[in-house]
Design a protein around this ligand. Structure first.
Ligand code: MG
Length: 465
C-alpha cells in the first residue's frame, strides 16, 4: 500500500485509511472465487507437529491450526507416495485410477489421462495453477504436471532417494542431480513468486514437499539447530516454508480469500512419529495412513477448532469444487464434500466405509468408529520368510478394532461384535464390485487362499520405496 501525502498522517487517520483500503480489497477479493493453497508433506507422521504432540518446533503450523481447524481422523488414501497423490488429486481410490503402487524412474506409466486432477478442474474455471515440489505420478512428458492441469511446474518428478534425480522447471532439466540441501528454500521462493504474480487472478498452488522423505537434508540456516536432530531440522525448515506462504498471502491482502490446506501423503518411515498410532509408512495400520490435516480460511473456517470426524484426502477435490463452484469431473468420486466439517457446521458426516489398500489388495475398512482388518499384503513388512515372497493373505479371521477406545489397534474385539464384523464385510463386498476387474480379481483370489500358519507374522520395516 502506498500513501502519497505531503502531510504526515496521524496514527488514527492512518488506521482509518488502512481499514478502508483493507475493506475495499476484501470486498474485491470476495467477489472472486477463493484461491487454494494445498501443501502436502512427504512421509510426515501423525505425531510430527507441535499441535499434534511433537516436541519438534513447528510454530507456523501450530499457529495455522490455532487460526483454523485441525482434524484428528484424517486419512491419506494409501500408505505410500504415488497412490496417495493419485487419490489426492482425483478424489478417487488409487486402485480405481490405475496407480495402486509406487512409481519408479524405470516406469513408463503415470496417472492416466482419463483422470481429472484438481488443477485441471480449476484451470477450466480460469485459475492460474502451479505445482512446486515432488510430483511422483509419472515422469514422462505426457504425465508431468504441465500435462495435467498445471500451467507451471518446478521440482523433482519423484522421490529424493531415486536416481537419476533431476530438478525440472516445466519439462526442462535445470539441475542434475538436484541439490537436496537447498530444495525447501528454493521450492518456497518459487511458490512465493507464483503467488505474487498470480495475485490478481484466482490461483491454485499445489506444493508437495520433498521432505521429510529420506534422505534428509536442510539448508545451512536450519542444519544442526533442532534438538531433535536432522529430522527436526528438516521439519523446522518445512514449517518455516509454510510461514513464508502465509506471510505472502497476508502481505498481498489475499489472506481472507484463500483456503490453505496442509497434510501428508502417508505415515512416517524410518524416522518421524506416528504418535500413539500403530504402524508406519507402507502399513495399513493407522500409523501408515492417518495424517495431520490443518485448514485455514479466515472468516470462513472457525478459529482453533478440532474436528474428530472422519475425512480423507479424496474429499479435497469435491470440497474444493463446491467452494470454487467448479463442475465435478465426469468420473464418479469416492471423496465427499467436507465443507460442513471445515466450517464446524457438523462434527461428523455419515459416509460409506473407507477402504485401505496395499497395492491392489484391500486390507481393511473403516466404518464409523470401527476398523476391520481382513488381509495383509505380504511385503517385507509382514513376510515371515523371504522365501514365501510377495503374497496377499487373508487373516486367519478378521480383526476388529474400536478406534475410539483402542486407537492403536491392540485389542481385537471381532468375537464380541459379530454384527459389526458382518456389516463391514458386506460393505466391502458391495464396494469392491464397483472397482476395475483386476482389483475385484485380487479380492476374489485373496478370499480363496488358505491361510498359512505363519501369515500373521512379526512386523518389520518395509523395503525402500
Ligand atoms: Mg510419502
Amino acid at each position: 500500500m502506498t500513501f502519497v501525502n505531503k502531510t504526515p498522517l496521524s496514527r488514527r487517520d492512518w488506521l482509518k485509511t488502512a481499514a478502508a483500503a483493507g475493506s475495499t480489497s476484501l470486498l474485491g477479493a470476495q467477489s472472486r472465487p477463493p484461491n487454494i493453497v494445498l501443501i502436502f508433506a512427504d512421509d510426515l507422521g501423525y505425531g510430527d507437529l507441535g499441535c499434534y504432540g511433537s516436541k519438534i518446533r513447528t510454530p507456523n503450523l501450530d499457529r495455522m491450526a490455532a487460526e483454523g481447524i485441525r482434524f484428528t481422523h484424517f486419512y491419506s488414501a494409501n500408505p505410500v507416495c504415488s497412490p496417495s497423490r493419485a487419490a489426492l488429486l482425483t478424489g478417487r481410490y488409487p486402485t480405481r485410477v490405475g496407480v495402486p503402487r509406487v512409481l519408479f524412474p524405470t516406469d513408463k506409466t503415470g496417472l492416466p489421462a482419463s483422470e481429472t486432477t484438481i488443477a485441471a478442474m480449476l484451470k477450466a474455471k480460469g485459475y492460474k495453477t502451479m505445482c512446486v515440489g515432488k510430483w511422483h505420478l509419472g515422469h514422462l512428458p505426457e504425465f508431468l504436471p504441465t500435462a495435467r492441469g498445471f500451467d507451471e511446474y518446478y521440482g523433482i518428478p519423484y522421490s529424493n532417494d531415486m536416481n537419476p534425480r533431476p530438478l525440472l522447471h516445466n519439462q526442462e532439466v535445470v539441475e542434475e542431480p538436484a541439490k537436496l540441501e537447498t530444495l525447501t528454500p528454493r521450492y518456497t521462493e518459487q511458490a512465493v513468486k507464483f503467488i505474487e504474480r498470480s495475485k490478481d487472478s484466482p490461483f491454485f498452488l499445489y506444493m508437495p514437499h520433498t521432505y521429510p522423505h529420506i534422505p534428509l537434508a536442510a539448508s545451512e540456516r536450519f542444519r544442526g539447530k533442532s534438538p531433535q536432530g536432522i529430522y527436526g531440522d528438516v521439519l523446522e525448515e518445512l514449517d518455516w516454508s509454510v510461514g513464508q506462504i502465509l506471510e505472502t498471502l497476508k502481505k498481498h491482502g489475499l489472506d481472507n480469500n484463500t483456503l490453505v490446506l496442509f497434510t501428508s501423503d502417508n505415515g512416517p518411515w524410518y524416522q518421524g512419529s506416528p504418535g500413539f498410532l500403530r504402524g508406519r509408512k507402507g502399513m495399513t495400520f493407522e500409523g501408515g495412513v492417518r495424517v495431520p490435516f490443518i485448514a485455514r480460511f479466515p472468516g470462513r473456517i472457525p478459529k482453533g477448532k478440532v474436528c474428530t470426524g472422519i475425512a480423507s484426502t479424496m474429499d479435497l477435490l469435491p470440497t474444493i469444487a463446491s467452494l470454487c463452484n467448479a463442475p465435478l469431473p465426469p468420473n464418479p468420486l469416492d471423496g465427499i464434500n467436507i465443507w460442513p466439517l471445515l466450517t464446524g457446521q457438523k462434527e461428523s458426516l455419515e459416509r460409506e466405509a473407507l477402504l485401505y489398500f496395499d497395492n491392489v489388495y484391500v486390507q481393511c475398512a473403516r466404518w464409523r468408529n470401527w476398523k476391520l482388518h481382513i488381509a495383509r499384503y505380504n511385503t517385507v513388512t509382514y513376510s515371515p520368510s523371504p522365501a514365501i515372497g510377495r503374497m496377499n493373505l487373508p487373516l486367519p479371521s478378521p480383526e476388529l478394532y474400536n478406534l475410539e477406545t483402542d486407537p492403536d489397534e491392540s485389542y481385537d474385539v471381532a468375537a464380541e461384535n459379530p454384527k459389526i464384523v458382518a456389516e463391514i464385510q458386506q460393505r466391502i463386498e458391495r464396494l469392491i464390485t464397483t472397482f476395475p476387474e483386476p482389483i475385484q480379481q485380487a479380492y476374489r483370489e485373496t478370499k480363496s487362499k488358505r491361510v498359512a500358519p505363519t501369515a500373521a507374522g512379526a512386523v518389520t520395516r518395509p523395503a525402500p520405496q
